[in-house]
Design a protein around this ligand. Structure first.
Ligand code: AMP
Length: 302
């Protein structure tokens, strides 16, 4: 079933102990769309500048990604630069240039307005709400990602937007900051009062945790001997998670748990290489093989 994503399409400059890339296609919506398109057709809403070439757009071609909602504006594409620490756990942002993103007013093509699954990637909360309002009927699942920047600077707008979403997918520091609670289970209770009935906390190399009224489900991160670049792992997780749910068309507890595993699978592939290099050549058979590996990874007898 149709899965809509709105968020950044970018050029990234990346540095980790494993190497450096001066300029590569990135952006939260890009990682999400590529990851999700293995499971369901994706409709992309975003903006790029006139420096974003046909060659750059190839990342979306040959996949089930509709880019009619990708606006092309005069100017430069959003640019982000980041550097990772030796153990890849810390990241410093070296620069963010909003460029055409600064004036972005998302407009949904008519055919996107019936989307049943919506993912609001990390952008200004009022733009996220604007997108949700353009969807005609309340989606089966609306999920949202955000970051400390918006929690601090647009708290009221974020809280207003959260009233309209089902799943909040953020990392642990964002969870703590949004809820003013150190303990993640207590944080979840605060977040449920804000609107979302499900909280998915992305915890990097510690995996991910889902909390809802039925309880808690945890999935590990896939153990990798040589991770190279964590950029986009969270967005790829979200893509695997939402893509799986849109593909299977239901939101039972069993489906949500499998979605957590497919999220972790897609996130793990992303960090294996720089930027989108690993997802670019990923095959469905590899995804399913790794998902089966997760069964082995977490099985035990009592
Ligand atoms: P992640 O590693 O999941 O945080 O996502 C990294 C991606 O987010 C990169 O490809 C960046 O282009 C994009 N990004 C970084 N900062 C921002 C921002 N402030 N707004 C939107 N996208 C961003």
């Amino acid at each position: 079933m149709s899965l809509l994503v709105v968020g950044s399409v970018a050029f990234d400059a990346l540095e980790s102990p494993y190497g450096k890339v001066e300029r590569t296609v990135g952006g939260a919506a890009t990682y999400f769309a590529v990851a999700a398109s293995f499971f369901a057709p994706v409709s992309l809403v975003g903006i790029v500048g006139d420096d974003f070439t046909q060659e750059d757009e190839k990342i979306f071609r040959g996949r089930h990604i509709d880019t009619d909602g990708l606006e092309r504006a005069t100017g430069k594409t959003f640019f982000w630069a980041g550097r990772y620490s030796q153990n890849l756990n810390e990241r410093v942002t070296l620069g963010t240039e909003l460029n055409v993103f600064a004036e972005f007013k998302p407009r949904l093509p008519e055919k996107y307005r019936a989307s049943k699954y919506v993912f609001l990637a990390n952008i200004a909360p009022d733009l996220q709400r604007d997108v949700l309002q353009q969807v005609k009927k309340r989606p089966k699942i609306a999920a949202l990602d955000t970051m400390n920047y918006w929690i601090e600077r647009s708290n009221a707008e974020l809280r207003e937007t959260l009233k309209h979403v089902d799943i909040l997918m953020i990392n642990d520091s964002e969870t703590r900051e949004l809820s003013n609670e150190h303990n993640l289970l207590r944080a979840a209770k605060h977040i449920f009062k804000m609107g979302p009935a499900t909280l998915v906390v992305k915890r990097g190399e510690h995996g991910a945790m889902m909390v809802d009224k039925r309880g808690v489900f945890c999935v590990p991160a896939f153990p990798l001997e040589e991770p190279h670049d964590p950029t986009g792992a969270g967005d790829s997780f979200a893509g695997g998670f939402m893509g799986y749910l849109a593909g299977c068309g239901n939101k039972s507890d069993a489906s949500l748990r499998r979605a957590m595993v497919y999220g972790s699978v897609l996130g793990s592939f992303t960090v294996e290489k720089f930027g989108l290099d690993r997802l670019r050549h990923l095959k469905r058979s590899e995804i399913h093989a790794r998902a089966r590996h997760f069964v082995k990874l977490t099985q035990f007898k009592l």
